[in-house]
Design a protein around this ligand. Structure first.
Ligand code: HEC
Ligand code: HEC
Length: 298
């Protein structure tokens, strides 16, 4: 079902033409599901199978399946829980250093995401400005900056599996003693949510349209394409900046060995997590949204 949605998304944006088709033998999405009845309570000793990979028992396969974006999300989720527990005084004494570090963890991760979207937003805006000024060479250059910022996030945040690495790829590198040999690579294997992928395909579609229009000196199409990209990138940017701002407020409060107002900052910070998830995740996975404030005023 999810796979169908994804394939429709792919088809809708003609992504197969430009990016190569996604070949997967399992459902396109891999939510972290809550433990089912059949899961033994003390399953902690068993190796955790990463969802969505076929080579889960093989350590190299598990390595390749590590998804940095999800790792960052999970880390923020745990930090939300720790902030909540500590500032609520649940453990009797408040460890202000740990409180501060957890907020810093969220602020730093949110900043890193925000920074990437900001480069995209600004280069995209500059691409439009230069097209308007008739400097097509500079406009084209800015379009390359947009794409290179997109790639920065992909390289940093996709799993190696998504990027087409196979256990044999890494084994080949090791056997050869270098990475230059003729080793096998797999296909692009997307695993993110259909709604998040949808804005990705929309962005690449509009970027390509803009580049074509730059080549044809068609100002109008460059501007409308840039506007569409702007809306998507700017939304992501603002959500992350808001997470960062409120997390930073918690850092500052904790640094003064204080907890006053942390509940309100926590509420505002986590509202952004929920807003983005409601729009772009839309599945049943747990954990997903940060836990509510202990006293229920979140
Ligand atoms: C915050 C990080 C981030 C930024 C910035 C970002 N992407 Fe992505 N992109 C992702 C993630 C995560 C996926 C999904 C990977 C998966 O399914 O495992 C993805 C997937 C894609 C895909 C589908 C894979 C493919 O190559 O066919 C396209 C297309 C894409 N992005 C285009 C873009 C474009 C264009 C931009 C810039 C305008 C951009 N992305 C910016 C994180 C990002
Ligand atoms: C601008 C969008 C956005 C914001 C803001 C955001 N997330 Fe996410 N989050 C996502 C997307 C997209 C996914 C799904 C990623 C995937 O599976 O490829 C996700 C997934 C998650 C997951 C599930 C990870 C997994 O392993 O399945 C957790 C937990 C999470 N986010 C926590 C948080 C917390 C906590 C915050 C706020 C401090 C936050 N997120 C803010 C977009 C966002």
């Amino acid at each position: 079902m999810k796979q169908i949605t994804l394939m429709l998304t792919l088809a809708a944006f003609g992504a197969c033409v430009v990016l190569g088709c996604v070949k997967r033998s399992e459902p396109a999405n891999s939510p972290i599901l809550p433990p089912t009845e059949s899961t033994p309570k003390n399953s902690a000793v068993k190796p955790i199978k990463s969802p969505g990979i076929t080579e889960a028992d093989d350590s190299l396969g598990t390595w390749l399946a590590v998804n940095p974006m999800r790792i960052k999300m999970r880390s923020m989720w745990v930090s939300c829980g720790e902030i909540n527990a500590m500032a609520s005084g649940a453990h009797g004494v408040i460890d202000f250093d740990t409180l501060e570090s957890n907020a810093e963890n969220i602020a730093r991760k949110a900043k890193a995401f925000g920074d990437m979207w900001e480069v995209i937003r600004d280069a995209n805006r500059e691409m439009a400005t230069q097209a308007k000024a008739g400097d097509w060479f500079e406009s084209r250059f800015q379009s390359q900056r947009v794409w290179s910022a997109c790639t920065d996030c992909h390289v940093e945040n996709w799993s190696l599996e998504t990027r087409g690495f196979l256990p044999e790829t890494i084994e080949g590198w090791i056997d050869d003693g270098n990475s230059l040999g003729d080793v096998p690579y797999g296909n692009l294997r997307l695993s993110s949510t259909p709604h998040f992928l949808q804005i990705m395909f929309r962005m690449v579609g509009f970027l390509q349209r803009a580049i074509g229009a730059i080549d044809n000196n068609d100002e109008k199409v460059v501007l409308t394409s840039a506007q569409a990209i702007h809306e998507m990138a700017n939304e992501q940017l603002e959500l992350w900046r808001s997470v960062e701002r409120h997390a930073r407020k918690i850092v500052e409060t904790a640094a003064r060995n204080d907890v006053l107002g942390i509940d309100a900052s926590y509420g505002k910070m986590t509202e952004n997590c929920r807003t983005c998830h409601e729009k772009y995740v839309q599945d049943e996975r747990l954990p997903l949204n940060p836990l509510p404030w202990k006293y229920g005023n979140d």
